[in-house]
Design a protein around this ligand. Structure first.
Ligand code: ATP
Ligand code: MG
Length: 268
């Protein structure tokens, strides 16, 4: 039975979930991304790596509508999303976290997750602000779903604390819970383990792999720890000076001369 279900799911979508097509982004004379082309399928965990300044975060900013490509295009579920606003893309299923944590610091942990759900409700922020009947009826469901996410991320005991009082590692997890509150099809994680110690990093990375599998979403993970990326990602994209220099499985990437050169070139 399980096999049948998975066959049905995969045959309904031959088109990639996400496709960057010859996408370039320049900040004046600075080349952040240059003619990047790659595709992602549904329900897989991908890694995005490259030296500092290679253009990784810029790719996330393009996919989430913060930047419009200078040239080329971006397709999500077969449709061009170039120039679409961030809130629309979030609603369509593209969730993300930021390299520098962005939370509502004065709100509680639970409230932080609850706010992300209102993107999905027909009344949106408006009904939340004016506390319409619709909002009241839904608040209970949103609260329950938010608590489920906090449980999943190991934050349930912190639900009533202010976000700013959480230790750094838990703030990172809360950001991820918020991104999951959007019920994304595609989740972009920008260095979620930055600032964590090795054991916290390992724990968070395993959690990412678990969430990706159980929720059957696609994840694109930017992570500096190569060993972890190699361990958990099914496919890896490598950027250098804004250009995609390699893509493939861990073994292929590790033995790729251009990748070795890119990394050796920055390590003094
Ligand atoms: N808003 C901006 N204005 C001007 N230049 C920018 C801007 N954002 C990024 N850049 C430049 O674009 C290039 C790519 O930056 P990006 O942040 O995407 O790299 P990254 O691979 O995420 O690096 P890191 O590993 O350090 O996070 C860099 O040269 C950076 O200085
Ligand atoms: Mg970055």
């Amino acid at each position: 039975m399980a096999q049948m279900t998975s066959t049905i799911t995969t045959t309904t979508s031959n088109q990639p979930l996400l496709k960057l097509d010859n996408m370039s982004l320049y900040f004046g004379g600075v080349r952040a991304n240059h003619q990047v082309t790659f595709s992602m399928g549904e329900g897989l965990l991908y890694g995005l790596i490259g030296p500092n300044g290679a253009g990784k975060s810029t790719i996330f900013n393009v996919i989430t509508g913060l930047y419009t490509p200078t040239s080329g295009d971006v397709f999500f579920q077969g449709e061009s999303i170039k120039g679409r606003p961030s809130y629309e893309l979030a609603k369509r299923g593209i969730g993300r976290t930021f390299q520098n944590i962005r939370l509502f610091k004065e709100l509680t942990v639970l409230e932080n997750v609850m706010t992300s759900f209102f993107h999905q409700t027909p009344g949106g922020y408006g009904s939340a602000l004016f506390r319409t009947d619709f909002y009241s009826a839904n608040e209970k469901i949103v609260r329950e779903k938010s608590l489920e996410l906090l449980e999943l991320m190991g934050l349930i005991d912190n639900a009533e604390e202010k976000a700013q009082s959480l230790p750094y590692g838990k703030q990172r997890k809360l950001e991820m819970a918020r991104a999951l509150g959007l019920n994304p099809t595609l989740l972009l994680l920008d260095e979620p383990a930055a600032g964590l110690n090795p054991s916290e990093t390992k724990e968070l990375t395993n959690l990412i792999a678990k969430i990706q599998k159980t929720k059957k979403i696609s994840v694109l993970l930017i992570e500096h720890d190569m060993k972890l990326v190699m361990e958990i990602c099914e496919k890896i994209f490598v950027l250098d000076y804004g250009t995609l220099i390699a893509e493939g499985g861990a073994a292929e990437i590790q033995s790729n001369p251009r990748v070795i050169e890119a990394y050796l070139g920055v390590e003094d």
